[in-house]
Ligand binder design. Structure first.
Ligand SMILES: Nc1ncnc2c1ncn2[C@@H]1O[C@H](COP(=O)(O)OP(=O)(O)OP(=O)(O)O)[C@@H](O)[C@H]1O
Ligand SMILES: [Mg+2]
Length: 575
């Protein structure tokens, strides 16, 4: 029971926290809001005076005076309204940015499992649907409820003072029309939901088609997707039409309700004017403001719906924020980092799937360590563990004798660069893809490009280093991407560099060049080369052969080559 109450309060605490953050601006805006209530009431009163005091009594001076008051009051009211909106908009936009940044920061701290299971659609909807939905709830929702209640009480008191009987009749009538309007509103809302659902479906079908257009053609899927899109488009058209019609009908019904209210006010009020029970000014005030008397009910009911939606969004955001992270802020950050890696009796499973068994391995600074194994034997997993995307189940991994769990996580990750199997290029220029916003000397960039054998092909591109690459840029071949990734890793200049199948998609000449580069890095770095080919193993200082999650052979090329029935020697003889 207690935990239930606690859960209920999560959203409430979230909202309060954001109120507190911008308390000063909230107080200023609220003060202006209170002024608008006073101005609204005063303007209504002045309006009555224009008719009753000035026009009816034919007093020119009074007319000028009250009209001036009316004009100045209305202008000031507008200025106040703009100021209030500006303050709340500013708070709202700041909150959006803060929330989005904190989601993004959290994302980069997630552990490997959460990262693997991350759903792009879910993340995008948090960023683009859930967070914007909170803007009103976290800014002006509660103040506007209070203000609409205060305004309405003010008008009720004012009209009560003008003509209590007419007020009672109108209130009764308004309650009736309120329920009619609500029923119509609910109906339109349901149709609107149907429309939104169909629209979302259409959006996701299109996304699927656009991101895979080439594959759709290759797989002969054109007919399938066209049909899928068309049938949804038909539903969308139907619900769109239904929505348009129901909106028109609902507008007409609302107008009819308003006309009826005016009819009652004018009818009964007019009769009262004839009988001298109300002044002309009083009647005009009823006509102008009686429509607002029940506005707090609709403000509250709309806010309630918004609040319910916001609660769902807050929960989705908090759920994501509760995903486990691997952050260790207070870990070791300053040490004489050399980069001597050891795995000692390491066992690891992804959930229930055992992947590494009793791994003992050493990769030392100044040496090239080669890990060889068939596809799926667990090579990339070794990197995942070293970078702490996952933590091991038993054993210990150390760098320079320190358990990697004791390092500050970003410090540790900054010390390791990985040139990985799947190279990602961002939608930016080649240069930005290489330096990733760091301040790097151009000479250094060119040196690294030459080392990665990428300089020549970049210079042949139309805009050279400023050529756009990635999603909307030029397409480079798989091998060229690999070279760029290598140059990027070299620029990072980390003490540990891991090459995961870097030469797999390269021709022999390029592969040889890159292998030479890697070997040249060796004197002051820890180099780990992961391959399922033997190309570089002869030049490596030490070789581990990984088979189905266990290290089955280890030694130098010369030692392994002579092992009878050894996997390595068998692979070498097949080469
Ligand atoms: N995130 C994950 N969750 C569950 N299982 C995984 C995950 N990543 C890898 N595996 C499994 O772990 C095993 C080892 O994968 P790993 O990527 O380490 O192999 P690899 O030796 O690098 O293979 P390749 O040479 O094909 O790159 C595979 O059976 C794979 O299915
Ligand atoms: Mg791999």
């Amino acid at each position: 029971m207690r935990s239930h109450t606690k859960k209920d309060n999560i959203e409430y605490h979230f909202i309060i926290e954001y109120f507190r953050k911008y308390l000063k601006s909230h107080l200023v805006a609220f003060f202006f809001y209170i002024l608008t209530v006073l101005f609204n009431l005063s303007i209504a009163y002045v309006m009555m005076q224009v008719l009753d005091k000035a026009i009816v009594n034919r007093q020119m001076n009074d007319l000028i005076f009250y009209l001036l008051c009316y004009l100045i009051g209305s202008m000031l009211l507008n200025v106040l309204q703009v100021t209030i909106d500006y303050i709340y908009d500013k708070i709202g936009k700041k909150i959006l940015v803060t929330l989005r940044i904190s989601v993004l920061k959290h994302l980069f701290k997630l552990d490997g499992e959460s990262l693997t299971e991350l759903n792009t659609g879910f993340m995008l909807s948090i960023m683009h649907s859930d967070i914007p939905l909170l803007e009103t709830v976290l800014t002006k929702m509660f103040p506007s409820i209070i203000i609409s209640v205060l305004t309405s009480i003010g008008f009720i008191l004012l009209l009560l003072f003008v003509q209590p009987f007419l007020l009672l009749i109108i209130l009764f009538f308004e309650v009736l029309t309120f329920f009619v309007q609500k029923k119509i509103g609910d109906y339109v809302k349901n149709i609107n939901e149907e429309f939104i659902n169909n629209n979302t479906k259409s959006y996701s079908i299109l996304q699927e088609i656009f991101s895979n257009a080439k594959n759709v053609i290759i797989m002969k899927g054109i007919l399938f997707f066209t049909h899928k899109f068309l049938s949804n488009e038909r539903n969308l058209m139907k619900s769109d039409l239904k929505l348009e019609v129901s909106q028109t009908v609902s507008n007409a019904a609302n107008n009819a309700c308003n006309a009826l209210t005016n009819f009652i006010v004018l009818g009964i009020g007019g009769y009262m004017v004839l009988k001298n029970k109300i002044t002309i000014g009083g009647l005009v005030m009823f006509l102008n403001y009686s429509g607002r008397l029940l506005s707090p009910i609709s403000v509250i009911s709309q806010s309630y719906i918004q609040y319910q939606q916001a609660k769902i969004s807050i929960n989705r955001i908090l759920n994501f924020m509760n995903h486990s992270t691997k952050s260790k802020h207070n870990g070791i950050q300053e040490n004489d980092f050399k980069g001597d890696i050891t795995f000692h009796n390491v066992n690891f499973a992804y959930k229930d799937k055992r992947v590494l068994m009793n791994i003992n391995l050493e990769a030392l600074n100044g040496k090239v360590t080669n890990i060889i194994g068939a596809s799926g034997s667990g090579k990339t997993t070794l990197i995942n563990l070293l970078m702490r995307f996952w933590d091991i189940n038993s054993g210990i991994i150390t760098i320079d004798g320190i358990n990697i769990k004791d390092f500050n996580l970003s410090y540790l990750r900054n010390k390791i660069s990985v040139v990985s199997q799947d190279v990602i290029m961002f939608d930016d220029t080649i240069l930005n893809n290489l330096i990733l916003k760091q301040k790097i000397d151009m000479d250094e960039v060119i040196k690294c490009l030459e080392m990665a054998d990428a300089y020549d092909f970049i210079m042949a591109l139309p805009n050279q280093l400023d050529t756009m690459i990635g999603e909307k840029g030029v397409t480079v071949s798989g091998g060229q991407r690999q070279k760029l990734a290598l140059a990027r890793a070299l620029l990072l200049n980390s003490p540990i560099i891991i090459f995961d199948e870097v030469t797999a998609s390269l021709d022999n000449v390029s592969a040889k060049k890159i292998e030479n580069t890697i070997l040249k890095l060796c004197p002051n770095k820890t180099i780990i080369i992961i391959t399922h080919k033997l190309s570089i193993s002869k030049l490596s200082d030490y070789i581990y052969v990984l088979d189905d999650g266990s290290i089955v052979e280890s030694g130098t090329h010369e030692e392994l080559i002579i092992l009878p029935n050894g996997i390595y020697s068998h692979m070498y003889s097949m080469k």
